[in-house]
Design a protein around this ligand. Structure first.
Ligand SMILES: C[S@@+](CC[C@H](N)C(=O)[O-])C[C@H]1O[C@@H](n2cnc3c(N)ncnc32)[C@H](O)[C@@H]1O
Ligand code: SF4
Ligand code: SF4
Length: 415
């Protein structure tokens, strides 16, 4: 039997206990020791695309290692019995991923009213414009989502705590045994603390520094911090403080994280600022300056499932592919329509999103980590470049880094 070494191996990360290698053909990751990696490199250098001489000294050393079976299983090394077109080729599985409609998660914008004027807000064009539904209508929508199998509802806005019935709505979702996540700017938390009984996760948006650094305009941070300090431990476990990091804020992350974890006893996470248009690119943070915070980053590059797994519902019940695309041209239908699911299913917008994938993004289709990265958020591509298929060149380097950070945190000994 002849053996070959794959030419689709990428070295992703190196630390004291080994090197993470990735095979894009099988989309498999493996952590190998430094000596083993050097054996692989030697074999690659010596044999290239030719078959490996199975009497070769390095190959014989390799076959005697425990890792050899995994290298074969994940096709880092393959033999003549391997057929390139077989089902282990990840591109086949990737192209055939199930995109049938199954809405597991919905972003429910319960209001588009807001008390703050954050200059980065991706939703600013909708704020204080769209009418809102009443309690019964929202309960009807929640029932509809439950009926189609939705597992998780993310309550957002606008500022959700501005609604008088927000506690009742969260309690209603919880009663239906769905996961409730609430996104809030926290301004009205003091009067609505009991809501913590009915949510699984509460994400409070607070940015580092004062308004001369950040773009969250109008928040009284010291009032909010006093409120959070009074919340009992059992409920604090549900709270995460999430910061949007813009250019200039990177160096404040350390103090912010220390304060949140030590003084407020809450979880800390951040998202990099996501630009709403080309002009916003100047506010992008420098990701290299956020080194060491990879575990706290809430932004995960991946294929998101907009339209077929996730939908965004505007405050009047209109459905859009995602919360970043609540724009006229992406309107699909209204969830109060009796046949909303059929409309969603047959919409040309849904069709477009089902077909979106990293292989269609010109520069990404030839990238060695395309399946790990997915090419980044398509809503961002649209908002910045006006096309859902455009490469996110402004954050490609950062996406690559995020992917490597993410795989570096995998516990390989448990795999
Ligand atoms: C639109 S807000 C609505 C909920 C609430 N008003 C708040 O600010 O948390 C939803 C989330 O989007 C985040 N956000 C808004 N604009 C953003 C942007 N351009 N980039 C990254 N995150 C953003 C906010 O920080 C918040 O966590
Ligand atoms: S508080 Fe939330 S909804 Fe309001 S402007 Fe800021 S990010 Fe936008
Ligand atoms: S965005 Fe960059 S890292 Fe991600 S798939 Fe595209 S080229 Fe690769």
């Amino acid at each position: 039997m002849s053996y070959y070494i794959s030419n689709l191996i990428t070295k992703l990360n190196e630390d004291v206990d080994g090197i993470i290698i990735y095979n894009q053909q099988t989309n498999k990751l493996l952590k190998v020791s430094l000596p083993l990696y050097s054996i692989l490199s030697n074999i690659k250098e010596k044999f290239g695309d030719e078959s490996i001489n199975d009497c070769d000294e390095n190959f014989l050393r390799l076959t005697s290692t425990d890792a050899f079976k995994k290298l074969l299983k994940y096709k880092f090394i393959y033999n003549t019995t391997y057929n390139n077109s077989d089902s282990e080729d990840y591109s086949v599985r990737y192209r055939n991923l199930d995109t049938s409609i199954s809405i597991t998660q919905a972003y429910l914008h319960v209001t588009q009213k807001c008390n703050l004027k954050c200059t980065y807000c991706y939703n600013s064009h909708n704020l204080n414009t769209t009418p809102e539904l009443n309690t019964d209508q929202l309960k009807y929508i929640i029932n509809k989502l439950k009926e189609v199998g939705t597992k998780s509802i993310i309550i957002t806005g606008g500022e959700p705590l501005l609604r008088k019935d927000i506690v009742e709505l969260c309690a209603y979702i919880k009663k239906l045994k769905m996961h409730v996540e609430l996104l809030t700017n926290g301004s009205f938390l003091n009067d609505k603390k009991e809501i913590l009984k009915y949510v699984d996760v509460m994400i409070i948006s607070v940015d580092p520094g004062n308004e001369s650094y950040n773009k969250r305009i109008g928040l009284n941070k010291s009032d909010l911090y006093s409120t959070i300090k009074e919340i009992p431990e059992i409920h604090k476990e549900k709270i995460a403080i999430r910061s949007v990091i813009t250019k200039g804020c990177e160096s404040l992350l350390d103090d912010m994280k220390n304060y949140v974890t030590n003084e407020l006893s809450c979880e800390f996470m951040y998202v990099p600022f996501l630009p709403n248009c080309r002009n916003d690119l100047k506010y992008l943070p420098d990701y290299d300056k956020v080194l060491g915070y990879d575990k706290d980053c809430a932004y995960k590059p991946s294929r998101c499932g907009a339209c077929y797994r996730i939908i965004a519902i505007n405050s009047n019940g209109d459905i859009y592919p995602c919360q970043n695309l609540i724009k006229e041209e992406f309107f699909i239908c209204n969830i109060l329509d009796s046949n909303w699911l059929e409309k969603l299913e047959s919409s040309p917008i849904t069709d477009t999103f089902r077909k979106l994938n990293v292989l269609k993004i010109q520069k990404c289709s030839v990238c060695d980590i395309k399946y790990l990265c997915g090419g980044g958020c398509r809503a961002l591509a649209y908002n910045v470049y006006g096309s859902l298929d455009h490469n996110l060149e402004f954050m490609c380097k950062d996406l690559r880094k995020m992917c490597i950070d993410r795989v570096s945190n995998i516990n390989f000994t448990r795999r």
